[in-house]
Structures are given as C-alpha cells and as structure tokens.
Design a binder for this molecule. Structure first.
Ligand code: ZN
Length: 492
C-alpha cells in the first residue's frame, strides 16, 4: 500500500493547488481590481505550469505501475482510475502544444470579446481558425487514431461518444421543434412584468432562495459576476449571480442554477475531499443538478406559487396578479437568439446547433469562413427567425474562443439526466409538490444528495445517473416532462 499512500498524498497537494488556481479565477471575476489583470495572468500561468508538471510527473507513472489493484477497495480503485486517466491524457499532449494552447486561448478571449462588441466575425475568423487548428492537433494526440471529437468530448464527459450523443439529439430535436411551434402559435400567452425591480432586493431574495435550496453559506458565498458561475468544492464552494433591473428572473434563476452546481459540490462525501472523487462526476452530471434545481423544481407550478407570494411581499404589484399566471410568465417560451436566455424548449435546440457545427469543424468538414452561414441557416430552420447580426449568432458564446470544443453537448446531456432524475424522484416523493408550494425543497434536495451528490466522482458519469435512477438514461422522461408541462401551460 506504500505506493498508493504516497500517490494519494501527492494527489492531495495537487488538488489543493488546483483549488488555489480555481480561487484565483473566482477572484478575477468578482473582486480583483481592474489594473491587476496582467499580473493575474502571470499568477495563473505560474500555478498552471506547476499543476501541469505535477500531472505529468514520471513519479506518478511509477506509483501507478507499482500499485497492486487486487488489494484495493472500490473507493481506492475509483481514485486510481481517475488519477491514471488524468495522467494518461496529460502525458499524451506534448508540453509545447499545451503551452501554445494556453497562450493562444487566453489572447483569443480578448479578441472574441472585441469582435462580439463590434459584430465583426471576419476580424475574429483568423484567431478562431488558429484555435481550431491547435485543438485538432490536441484531439489527434489524445485520440491516437480514434475519433477526434470523441477525444475532446471525453475531457468534459468521460465515456461519452459523439455518435451516441447524436442519436440522442436526433430523438429530441423533431419533438422539441414541433412542441415549440405549437406553443408559439397558441392564443393563450403569458402576462409580462410591468415594472423595475430593486436590485438589492433581488440579491436578498436570491440569498433566501439559495438557502431554501440547501446551499450552505457557512461553506460558500454569493457575489455578483457578469456571467454567473460556481467555483470550488468541498468546504469552500462559491457561487455568483447577476441582476437586471427589469428582469428579476435573470437573477433568481441564475442563482438557483448555480445553487444546484454549488450544492452538488458541497454535498460530496467529506471523506473524498482533496481526492479525485471529491468533485462532480462530469460536466453533464453537474448540469443535471443545476437544471433540476432551476427547472423541474424552481420553475414548477408548486415552487413558483411560493415565489409569487414572496415577490409580491418584497416588490409589491408587478402586473401578474395570481400564482397560475405567474407560473406561465416564469415559463414564457420565446425563440430568442441567445442561448443563455433560452427557455426550456429552445435551450436544447441551441445546443444541438452548436454540437453539429463544432463536430463538422473538428472533422474538417466545415471551414471557419463558412461557419456564420451554416449557423444562420440552421438557426432559421429550427427557430423560424433570421439571425440579424453575429453577436446574436455565431459570436455569442465564449466557448470556441476558449478552445472548449466538445463542451456544449454536456448542457443537453444534463437536461436529459435531469429529466430522468426528476421522474424517479417524483415517484419516490409523491407529496413533493405540497412541500415545494411552501418553499420547502428539502425532500427533493435530500433525495438528490442521498442518491447522487454524496458519491462525487466515485462512478463514471453515466453510471452515476443509472445508479440514482435504477435504469440507464434516455430522452423520454425529459420529452414527456416538457410536453406535459407546456401543453398544460399554453392550453394546447
Ligand atoms: Zn450550469
């Protein structure tokens, strides 16, 4: 066991250093003085270099070779599986390529932000082509003869394959498009909010709701950021939100979403802290938690009736008099351009569009110069609206500029997983709605904690869902949830 103990002690320090890097990233988006940006870049690069050296340290390979797997229990085996995976992947990518990718993607972020502000795709195209070229090289190094896109997808969703994701999406797309069409053509449309909402009060109600959803402020905090995110794991998990004067739902539902991510991290078994098991199983499983908190719980008829009463008490009259109308307003469907503002029906169509385009880019079947036209044609086909400018289309997301090819499908995997979890959770908790209507989410969040969150990365992502649900994930629960909910809401 000597090699195992030494390896885990080394890993514990690596995890602690990674947590420090994460906290520097959190600080950069929330607290850091503006003038510190360049120095922060150096600080982050320095710690990333230390982390990369530790992850590819030949000593790790020697420890892994010396460990006798037959002497290990299941938790130890899972730790070794994850350390070996990380070591193998890190070792496959040449150090100069990893450094070049880090350098180019940190510069391209700024160029993307400027291009988006100026609606100038052509100005950004050479940078994107450079990032794409490097990511294809990285994929070739990781895939060793296998599928390039699978190699990138595996970074965020270990074990997932593009072909399986594609057939899952093929089953979702026609029914989502058909349902969205019927909803948009419905005569029964929701009331709209008719006033501004004090931003300090939005933060106050968001803190109240985060607590109601089980977020632990003794091990976390909420701050404002331009793009909401969560950060950290174990004893220190922080979330961020944003406010918009006319749209309090932006703040409230961003907070519930990030509370889902943060609560998952907070509720992993403390015995796994600073080990490879001490965080969420994958991006897709993570998104299942944020989405089920946000949508299946937070946007339910039961919970919105509680929220309506709380908002009336805090903000007075805002043009939506009764709880049933409020439930409809919260769940308004609209074919907007922007993914991050999309409703539950259109969100997955946004993801499928990006998935198909980035797969073609990585395969070499689509040139960067042809990307805007491909985007605009697909958007019009699925959303029935013409894209008016690049910032409302191909330039809206940060992901590709940051080299995050293979990340997008994890959002829809998360939605599919949330659909599966919701179906089983509601079967197990038949009186859930009566508790949600009182603002009490503890039965639901307790169920998720017990069946999924506490296990962290003990199991492979898909097995994590299968274990919690009793059966492997399929698209059917999500589709029937959406069809039932929106047929009812829009009186179809
Ligand atoms: Zn999320």
């Amino acid at each position: 066991m000597l090699a195992y103990d030494d390896l885990l002690a080394f890993e514990r320090q690596t995890q602690a250093l990674a947590a420090i890097a994460g906290r520097l990233g959190w600080d950069q988006e929330t607290m850091m003085p503006q003038g510190a940006a360049n120095q922060r870049g150096e600080e982050l690069a320095a710690i990333e270099a230390v982390l990369h050296a530790r992850r590819t340290d030949p000593q790790v390979g020697e420890w892994l070779a010396a460990i006798d797997a037959t002497t290990l229990d299941d938790v130890q085996k899972a730790s070794i599986r994850l350390i070996r995976r990380d070591f193998d992947r890190s070792s496959k990518v040449p150090a100069d390529l990893a450094t070049e990718l880090a350098r180019v993607t940190s510069l391209s972020h700024r160029k993307w932000a400027a291009a988006r502000a100026a609606d100038d795709f052509d100005g950004f195209a050479p940078t994107l082509a450079h990032v794409l070229k490097l990511k294809r090289q990285e994929a070739q190094a990781l895939a060793v003869g296998g599928d390039l896109y699978d190699a990138l997808l595996d970074t965020y969703e270990p074990g997932a394959r593009a072909a399986d994701v594609a057939s899952m999406f093929d089953a979702l797309r026609p029914r989502l498009v058909a349902l969205a069409d019927r909803v948009l053509g419905a005569s029964h449309q929701p009331a709209v909010l008719n006033k501004d909402f004090d931003e300090d009060k939005q933060i106050a109600i968001s803190r109240e709701i985060a607590s109601a959803f089980g977020y632990d402020f003794a091990h976390g905090r909420i701050d404002k950021a331009v793009h909401p995110f969560s950060s950290g794991s174990g004893a220190d998990v922080r979330i961020t939100t944003r406010t918009s004067l006319s749209d309090p739902f932006n703040c409230i539902y961003s907070t519930i979403h990030e509370t889902g991510h943060g609560s998952y991290e907070q509720h992993v078994d403390p015995a796994y802290a600073l080990t490879p098991l001490g965080g969420g199983a994958s991006m897709g499983v993570h998104e299942s938690q944020s989405r089920i908190y946000e949508n299946q719980l937070g946007r339910s008829r039961a919970f919105t009736s509680h929220l309506h009463a709380r908002m009336r008490a805090l903000f007075g009259d805002f043009g939506v008099a009764d709880a049933e109308s409020f439930f409809h307003t919260v769940n308004r469907v609209s074919p907007g351009f922007i993914r991050t503002e999309a409703d539950e029906l259109h969100y997955n169509l946004h993801i499928m569009l990006r998935f198909d385009l980035e797969r073609a880019l990585i395969a070499g079947d689509l040139a960067v110069s042809d990307l805007p036209e491909a985007w605009n044609n697909r958007f019009e086909a699925d959303f029935g609206v013409k894209v008016d400018r690049p910032s409302n289309g191909v330039l809206q997301d940060v992901h590709w500029s940051a080299g995050l090819f293979g990340y997008f499908p994890t959002y829809t995997l998360g939605n599919v997983y949330a659909g599966c979890l919701n179906q089983v959770m509601r079967r197990d908790l038949p009186d859930l709605d009566s508790r949600l209507a009182d603002g009490d989410t503890s039965a639901a969040t307790g169920w998720l904690r017990e069946n999924l969150q506490r296990h962290g990365s003990l199991r492979e992502p898909k097995d994590t869902i299968t274990q919690a649900c009793g059966t492997p994930p399929t698209v059917e629960p999500l589709l029937s949830y959406l069809e039932t909910k929106f047929t009812d809401l829009y009186r179809l």
